[in-house]
Design a protein around this ligand. Structure first.
Ligand SMILES: [Fe+2]
Length: 320
């Protein structure tokens, strides 16, 4: 008889320390779900209609990385972090000891997780979930043409690109030092790197990419970008080209970041935020203490690539 194997990874846990292990899922609102469905399908995601909202999946993976709901205008709603079940009592105890207010779940998202607001006012949940963050550095497809053959396909035969997983989320934050302290002291994330009080990158303690969430300074909360992992730089180029062919021409890339080291191309979405194709991001193993550094912004934004659009860091959600 064939044995059905679980898709779950083996449990990987840093002993004696309390922290979430994954960015389990995100939710944001937009005014037109059909527009969102078209954008993310074209981007290469598996978009499913679920009770009047859209579930965002990647092909070949069971996890639902996030959802898009209908609302008056684009608005970041919440980020849920995954934790191990036996850590939940300690999280509750820590949160009560710190006198952080526990909230009711938002309507339609009833759960037995712990709901809080971060210093910018964004809703955050800690819930029991399987670890969806990688247990090791993601594979990068080796690249190199072979002799005696045409190694690139004709343009008409170029394959579609389908991201493998959500890599990270970057949100706006009103106070970077307070935000770092909240996610460190309440959720148990660690600072990977920062640029003064302008931008901060944080990772999980149980094995995580260089950042599962990052924060950029603004006067209001909001979603800046969702980043999706692809196996190679070639896939980044193929994805960006396909998006441009379908009318999604604005964005930033191809380039390479300094903090996280990932290769990137950002495609501007219909709401002025971005979907990022990302490859080869740095990884912090479960038993490694990453030394956080403060980098001058002009020396740490990107190693190479075109100049970013002038409004790249504009928070469209702060417009009243
Ligand atoms: Fe990113």
């Amino acid at each position: 008889m064939t044995q059905i194997r679980s898709m779950a990874q083996p449990v990987q846990k840093r002993p004696g320390e309390l922290g979430v292990h994954s960015l389990d899922q995100f939710n944001f609102q937009v005014a037109d779900l059909a527009e969102a469905e078209k954008f993310y399908r074209t981007f290469g995601l598996d978009v499913k209609e679920e009770n009047g909202s859209l579930g965002l999946y990647t092909f070949g993976h069971q996890h639902r990385w996030g959802s898009v709901s209908e609302g008056p205008r684009k608005k970041m709603q919440f980020v849920s972090f995954g934790a191990y079940e036996d850590d939940m009592p300690q999280f509750r105890e820590r949160i009560d000891r710190m006198r952080v207010q526990r909230l009711d779940p938002p309507k339609g998202f009833e759960s037995n997780g712990i709901w809080l607001r971060d210093p910018s006012g964004m809703l955050v949940e800690i819930r029991v979930a399987e670890k969806s963050s990688p247990n090791e550095k993601a594979d990068v497809e080796p690249y190199g043409g072979k002799p005696s053959r045409q190694n690139a396909p004709n343009r008409s035969k170029a394959p579609r690109v389908y991201p493998r997983r959500l890599a990270h989320v970057l949100v706006f934050a009103t106070d970077i030092p307070k935000t770092i302290a909240f996610y460190r002291d309440v959720l148990g994330l660690r600072l990977s790197d920062r640029s003064g009080d302008m931008i901060a990158f944080m990772h999980g303690i149980h094995g995580s990419d260089h950042h599962m969430i990052a924060f950029v300074k603004s006067d209001a909360p909001g979603l800046h970008h969702l980043s999706w992992d692809v196996p190679s730089i070639n896939d980044i180029g193929l994805g960006a080209s396909h998006m441009a062919d379908k009318g999604f021409t604005k964005g930033w890339g191809l380039g390479r970041h300094v903090l996280g080291s990932n290769f990137f191309h950002y495609v501007r979405d219909p709401w002025g935020s971005y979907a990022e194709y990302s490859s080869d991001i740095d990884y912090v193993p479960v038993d490694y203490d990453w030394e956080a550094k403060d980098h001058p912004p002009e020396d740490s934004f990107y190693v190479w690539g075109p100049n970013p659009p002038e409004d790249f860091a504009f928070n469209h959600e702060s417009v009243k």
